[in-house]
Design a binder for this molecule. Sequence first.
Ligand code: ZN
Length: 196
Amino acid sequence: MDGSPIALVNARLSGVEQAPAPLGTYIIARHFILLEAEREEFGARVPVSLVAPPILQLPDEPPGFEWKVPPPSIEMLTYQVLPFFVCASQQESGEHIEALANLVWSGSTWSTHFPQQLAGLASVQTSEPLPAGAVVQLHSHARMKPFWSRTDNADEQGFLVYGVVGCIGTTAPRLLLRVGINGHWLPLRWNDVFRP
Ligand SMILES: [Zn+2]
């Protein structure tokens, strides 16, 4: 055998530089164990568990999220995704149904993608695989408040930016965002994700 085997999942102490592993790196830091991963479009470090009591000999390493490509514009959300969610929430039947949208990075530009979807009052599903370059996955809760439901947590196990929009059809629609790595998430602000 020549060379050492590639570690799929790696671990390191905070403050130590180490090459990224394909399935992510666990970082043992003062207050948290974090999971760090990188893809072409962004890198993220999400908290996995608290270290209590803290390991005072280790430096802190904060959770974080950084784009490696230009972020999508907020206009994509307000003029393309929101209208789709509004239409879905205003069915002729009077039902307020959920909906699903992806933001896709082509390597040079962003576009929206609305997969074939089977939506109901409290769920939305697609059998379409995620398109190549899908980075941000958004769904609506129609008129309900945005929150991460048990179904959302079960569905959002990938390495993506996730968003849920709620209170649609009111004067103040609301958006929650998070970045996920294998079922661990870090909440994000809208301006962490979108370019104003
Ligand atoms: Zn949801």
